[in-house]
Write a protein that binds this ligand. Structure first.
Ligand code: PLP
Length: 368
């Protein structure tokens, strides 16, 4: 195979549908299809009721693209290509990179963001978040790593798995560095709209930098991962056209029912996201209390998203801890080994309504 196995996805494949309690999921609770349909306006209800299950427009349903563009400043429907979220990463990397290019990517992170570049034959420099500084990024490191063949910078804010998000000034500086050196940016924004304080929401990279591709979708903040609907946005027409052409070799077009359900959800996104954020904020309060009362873990409170990356103190193996936990209690956590980031952290998810119940079970286990 061209790529190494996607360790996180393999771990999820092992436990996601067999473990009794999920405490590491990154998405919010999946919505019921009937709840989404209840939100439909007359036009989208009509589209749903009379839907033909044939092929769809390759670039995405025009109404869906309109709705997507409305979420951005200065992005038009012509700057949008609908994709399966993970596919967006694949398309962008394959359309930007060739063997021998140099790529800088935030790390730890969602494996495909750098693995595909390595599979293409690129040299990848990992730009590590600094735990001692609250998972902050060192911009001087970024500047020092740029070489004549650096083609792409890959960033992911809000960040999986730490929940870190830079300040607006830092973000602007990152974009300025990329522009100054004429480097493309792939900005994975899958956790956007999950900022605990809306003032922390960064612009989309595709709004502010002409050679940036941004990725977003309905999987996380909207709790609709099963629709498999996402999109890339970019003002770089030539790059967008390359991605459109490449998509003919991956999925050709989106799923007809998913497009209409995503359209309905986006037309009601404020309501759906605010409900999910309420759950997240309640859960975060409980996690604060949980972490304050113990010395087994070190907790850096995230600033956005639905996941965090606590450390297990005392140099205990995270993999052994997670595997024992799931075997003895049915609670699934995600060890940092699946991120290729040592064996001392685990990913915790707090986007689900049953988190308080699962956290209680986790506390009982730790006490015992
Ligand atoms: C940072 C990041 N990017 C992309 C994806 C891919 O999204 P999807 O699973 O909806 O294809 C994920 C999913 O977990 C993610 O965390």
């Amino acid at each position: 195979m061209r790529f190494k196995p996607f360790e996180l996805e393999r771990y999820f494949a092992k436990y996601e549908f067999s473990a009794k309690y999920l405490l590491s999921s990154s998405d919010c609770d999946g919505l019921l299809q009937s709840d989404v349909l209840d939100l439909a306006d007359a036009q989208s209800r009509e589209l749903w009721d009379n839907l033909t299950l044939g092929y769809t427009e390759s670039g995405g349903h025009p109404l869906l693209k309109d709705e997507i563009a409305k979420m951005y400043q200065g992005i038009t429907p012509d700057d949008v290509l609908t994709v399966v979220p993970e596919e967006g990463i694949y398309l962008a990397l394959n359309c930007i990179l060739k063997s021998g290019d140099h790529v800088i990517c935030t790390f730890p992170g969602y494996q495909s963001l750098y693995e595909i570049a390595e599979g293409i034959g690129c040299e990848v420099t990992k730009w590590e978040l600094n735990e001692a500084r609250g998972w902050a990024l060192d911009l001087d490191f970024l500047k020092s790593q740029i070489k004549s063949n650096t083609k792409l910078l890959v960033v992911n804010f809000p960040h999986n798995p730490t929940g870190y998000t830079p300040t607006l000034l830092e973000f602007q500086e990152i974009m300025d560095i990329a522009r100054e050196h004429n480097i493309y940016v792939l900005s994975d924004e899958m956790y956007r709209y999950m900022e605990f304080d809306a003032a922390d929401r960064l612009p989309s990279a595709s709004e502010v930098y002409e050679n940036a591709v941004s990725l977003f979708g309905v999987s996380k903040a909207l709790g609709l991962a099963g629709l498999r609907v996402g999109w890339v946005t970019t003002k770089n027409k030539e790059l967008l056209s390359r991605m459109v052409t490449y998509k003919d070799f991956t999925t050709i077009c989106g799923s007809a029912p998913s497009e209409i359900l995503a359209l309905i959800a986006l037309r009601n996104s404020e309501l759906i996201v605010s409900r999910n954020l309420d759950t997240i904020k309640t859960n975060l309060g409980l996690l604060d209390t949980f972490f304050e009362g113990q010395d087994l873990f070190s907790w850096i409170k995230p600033r956005a998203g639905s996941i965090a990356f606590p450390r297990i103190n005392g140099n205990r193996s995270s993999l052994a801890f997670c595997e024992t936990l799931v075997a003895e209690t049915g609670i699934m956590l995600l060890p940092s080994t699946v991120y290729g980031f040592g064996d001392n952290h685990f990913r915790l998810g707090f986007g689900r309504k049953n988190m308080p119940e699962v956290l209680d079970k986790f506390s009982e286990y730790l006490k015992a």
